[in-house]
Design a protein around this ligand. Structure first.
Ligand code: PMP
Length: 350
């Protein structure tokens, strides 16, 4: 098997880092305060193991979503949760399914469990065919919604139609839900085969902390608890994530700002003549174009290198026809957007 290829984390300063969909704003001060409190008395609490089932984090997630805490499982990032789902529900003869393109970690996790992978193509209209997914033969299907790297969000009604037609477990990976209009939490409340996974890494600006969770139908949470590490989320992550979830005002303001910058980047890049997919995430998939260079994989590669030479880092997905002509650009601060747009303009006019 081969390992997942994470986005580059450049060393040294001076980079405009728009390549791994991190949040450009610092996290809620309440999260930092929770860590400070947990470290009082010279950090004496760190001698002790944390809550084995991440009670503080699960209770905060329960308040946040109005969901039953006993049906929530916390993880060391949502990647941990995705791994647990595959460990519990997939394996040899029990394939996982995913849309192509979507998150490239799923096949890596499946390979480690000896589970085959069924890829269902995203349609040319950037949607999915309910019957094709429902009949794909997977034991567990991962629907990335909003999709990454395309950025499109699938309507809840379409996801519900899929859940009703699909005989296996449908996992809706909502890593980017904080930047979208709606979510599928309601489906995890009502339907017996829908799990929604969430992360604190994107909307809550805590990628360095590693915290995520799954909202499960009854029965599924118990299964995931059986296969997880007994202390899979550390003490500081549990309290900081809980405090971040409780700070609704911070989320409202920062996610609104990210959306505003995203929509401005979309408008301005379209104005330059680039092809941009309207995004529901904190990133854009945009195909660079100029009068001399229509969109192509070579133009995307050239624009990528042009930006890199100016210490602006974005990401390429050269191995799929829907992404090979594009750059994936994480939405940064307004100041970062200025720097990026000036460089994009220089490339387009150069
Ligand atoms: N799902 C998707 C679609 C993602 O893009 C990511 C982040 N790369 C994750 C899950 C995992 O996020 P984390 O492990 O940081 O919670």
């Amino acid at each position: 098997m081969s390992a997942y290829t994470p986005g580059e984390q450049p060393q040294g300063g001076g980079w405009v880092k728009l390549n791994t969909n991190e949040n450009p704003y610092p996290p809620s001060l309440r999260a930092l305060e929770a860590i400070r409190v947990a470290l009082l008395n010279d950090g004496a609490a760190l001698r002790l193991y944390p809550s084995p089932d991440s009670a503080p984090l699960r209770e905060a997630a329960a308040r946040f979503h109005d969901f039953k805490a006993e049906r929530i499982v916390a993880g060391n990032g949502s990647d941990d949760i995705l791994n647990l789902l595959i460990r519990a529900y997939a394996g040899p003869g029990r394939p996982i399914g995913m849309l192509d393109p979507s998150y490239s970690l799923y096949p890596v996790l499946a390979a480690a469990q000896g589970a085959p992978v069924v890829k269902v193509p995203v349609t040319p209209a950037l949607s999915f065919d309910v019957a094709a997914v429902a009949g794909c033969g997977a034991a567990v299907f991962f629907l990335t919604n909003p999709n990454a790297p395309l950025g499109v969000a699938f309507p809840v009604a379409q996801v519900e139609a899929l859940a009703r037609a699909f005989p296996g477990l449908l996992v809706v990976d909502e890593a980017y839900a904080a930047f979208a209009e709606g979510d599928c939490v309601e489906l995890a409340k009502r339907l017996p085969n829908v799990v929604v996974t969430r992360t604190l890494s994107k909307g809550h600006a805590l990628a360095g902390l590693r915290a995520g969770y799954a909202l499960c139908p009854s029965g599924v949470a118990e299964v995931l608890h059986r296969v997880r590490d007994s202390y899979n989320v550390d003490r500081l992550a549990q309290v900081a994530a809980a405090a971040a979830l409780d700070d609704g005002e911070w989320l409202r303001v920062t996610s609104g700002q990210v959306r505003a910058t995203r929509d401005r980047l979309t408008r301005e890049l379209i104005g330059l003549g680039w092809s941009v997919i309207p995004s529901s995430g904190n990133f854009l998939l945009a195909a660079p174009a100029s009068l001399r260079r229509p969109t192509s994989p070579a133009a995307a590669e050239q624009a990528f290198e042009f930006l890199r030479a100016r210490k602006i880092l974005v990401r390429r997905f050269p191995h799929h026809p829907l992404t090979e002509k594009s750059l994936r650009i994480s939405v940064g601060t307004e100041a970062e957007a200025e720097v990026f747009l000036a460089a994009a303009k220089a490339w387009t006019e150069g």
